[in-house]
Design a protein around this ligand. Structure first.
Ligand code: ZN
Length: 126
């Protein structure tokens, strides 16, 4: 059946009669804004929160996504659902805390210095 996503407004083919969102992303986005899951008593979410805090990433989009995924995992009974959520959560956490060798290089970039240098060179040339 055709449904209109409550978050982004896209029309999509709903697999479940109770589905409200086109994708997991939209569902997560909505849960961030509207119904906040109670995360305090959840050990998984607590652990995620600690890791994100240690990395200083708690307030980032990825950090909040990881928290939402953790909350979802704790409320999911089916093994398949948990497995795919766990996979998604792990990749989000890697991206958020930068523990992957390929993901962590953006923090120490000195683009500003390069730009200054380029500007100075331009001035000298002109
Ligand atoms: Zn959507």
């Amino acid at each position: 059946m055709k449904r209109k996503c409550e978050v982004c407004g896209v029309t999509y083919e709903a697999k479940h009669p109770r589905a409200k969102y086109c994708t997991t992303r939209c569902r997560v986005r909505n849960s961030r804004g509207a119904a906040k899951p109670s995360t305090d008593k959840n050990p998984l979410v607590a652990a995620i929160t600690r890791e994100l805090e240690a990395a200083g990433k708690l307030d980032t989009m990825l950090g909040q996504t990881a928290l939402a995924l953790g909350a979802r995992m704790s409320g999911t009974d089916t093994g398949a659902g948990v497995a795919s959520l766990a996979r998604e959560l792990r990749s989000v956490m890697v991206a958020a805390v930068g523990s992957s060798p390929s993901a962590g290089s953006s923090a120490g970039r000195d683009d500003g210095v390069d730009e200054l240098r380029a500007r100075r060179d331009k001035k000298r040339a002109g």
